[in-house]
Design a protein around this ligand. Structure first.
Ligand SMILES: *Cc1c(COP(=O)(O)O)cnc(C)c1O
Length: 387
């Protein structure tokens, strides 16, 4: 089909040409004296995206999933208790991983469409006076449901309970696109990946750890090798990596960080808010509802619920087959009931309108009772009024 396939999924996202070009390189000797000139400032500048000055940033040739594992296996001992709220496929998978790795996982089920319940968290931590819970696992942006949790509120709840657990945050679909403040929120382990807000291909796990987490790393008895933070720390100190780095990922990250800082993180966050808000206006104009409950709406992805007599999978396949656009599917219990529009990464008003127009055509094709142009019109009005 002529024209581009547009990715309106919440990852992988569209890769800007500047980043593609920066990644198109010949291989280099990663043990050369020149290599630290790339890696050392890169790791330093990555800290700016996480908003940490006191923490340390890391890059693993892996994906976000490995980032979860790095956090767990480098700081906790086998059998340690971790607490997680589960309200979507990604928080579910993180909990399952912790189980499979042999931790004692306390799972609290929360409605899909809501995020971490701060009052319940505080009450549970207060109850844990023996401090058996060693880590709280918080999914900042639940990509399956389009729900953003309040991480600053999680920190406040932990402080109110005077609880010393480590705070690990999955920021794979939030860091570099939604407001995230590692130091201010005293996050101990922040986990992200290359293919969402960082606008890169998959293949980089980007992490930052607090001094408290790094101290736990030294004492941790969990067996680990490839994902051992101590090896990274030893090699990174001199500007090297413990094994062959994914060089294109490092060059891509260099460009991505430069682009994000040039736009300004606050502008990046504001842009994601506007793109999301226009999408929500379009959805409201179609008379459809979203999975996220009020106050939890994500600015990187929106999950749209279809009426009971419809199957969201046909909307997605129609959009792909007829209009060459990719939408996100409903995951697990949302399969068939929801489809997702990603508004994360290298997007602007016009690319967002492309997504909205494509969805609108697919909805009409699938017999949805909507007025042609209604969603596009609502978004156009909003974008023009707020440009
Ligand atoms: C995409 C995503 C992941 C998984 O990342 P991979 O790079 O696919 O391993 C984890 N958590 C969240 C919230 C995500 O959006």
């Amino acid at each position: 089909m002529a024209g581009r396939n547009h990715l309106y999924i919440p990852g992988p996202t569209n890769v800007p040409n500047e980043i593609l070009n920066a990644m198109h390189i010949t291989m280099e000797d990663h043990r050369s004296p020149a290599f630290p000139k790339l890696l050392t400032p890169l790791l330093e500048d990555l800290k700016k995206i996480f908003k940490t000055e006191t923490g340390q940033a890391f890059v693993f040739p892996a994906t976000g999933t490995a980032g979860w594992e790095v956090a767990l296996t480098n700081t906790l001992n086998p059998g340690d208790k971790v607490l997680i709220y589960r309200f979507g496929q990604f928080s579910h998978l993180w909990a399952e991983m912790a189980k499979r790795l042999g931790f004692d996982v306390e799972i609290h089920q929360e409605t899909w469409g809501k995020g971490i319940p701060l009052d319940k968290l505080e009450a549970r931590l207060k109850e844990d006076s023996a401090h058996q819970i060693k880590a709280v696992l918080a999914t900042h942006n639940e990509t399956a449901t389009g729900v953003t949790s309040d991480i600053s509120g999680v920190r406040k709840a932990m402080n109110a309970a005077n609880h010393p657990a480590l705070l690990f945050v999955d920021g794979v679909s939030s860091i570099a696109s939604l407001d995230f403040r590692m130091d201010e929120w005293a996050v101990d382990g922040a986990i992200s990946g290359s293919q969402k807000g960082f606008m890169m291909p998959a293949g980089g796990a980007f992490l930052a750890f607090s001094q408290k987490a790094l101290a736990a790393t030294e004492a941790c008895t969990y067996p680990r090798c490839f994902l051992d933070l101590r090896d990274q720390m030893t090699a990174n100190k001199d500007g090297y990596t413990p094994y062959t780095p994914a060089l294109p990922i490092l060059y891509g990250l260099r460009k991505a960080i430069d682009m994000l800082l040039e736009e300004g993180l606050d502008n990046v966050f504001a842009r994601h808010y506007r793109l999301a808000e226009g999408t929500r206006k379009a959805i409201a104009a179609w008379g459809l509802s979203i999975c996220a409950q009020p106050g939890f709406e994500s600015n990187t992805v929106t999950a749209i619920i279809v009426p009971e007599d419809k199957d969201a999978r046909t909307v997605i396949s129609t959009a792909f087959n007829k209009y060459n656009i990719s939408l996100g599917g409903g995951l697990a219990e949302l399969a068939g009931k929801a489809f997702r529009i990603g508004h994360v990464g290298d997007m602007n008003d016009v690319s967002m309108l492309g997504a909205i127009a494509g969805v609108e055509m697919a909805l009409l094709d699938c017999g949805f009772d909507i007025k042609p142009g209604s969603g596009v019109a609502a978004a156009i009005e909003y974008y023009r009024a707020t440009a």
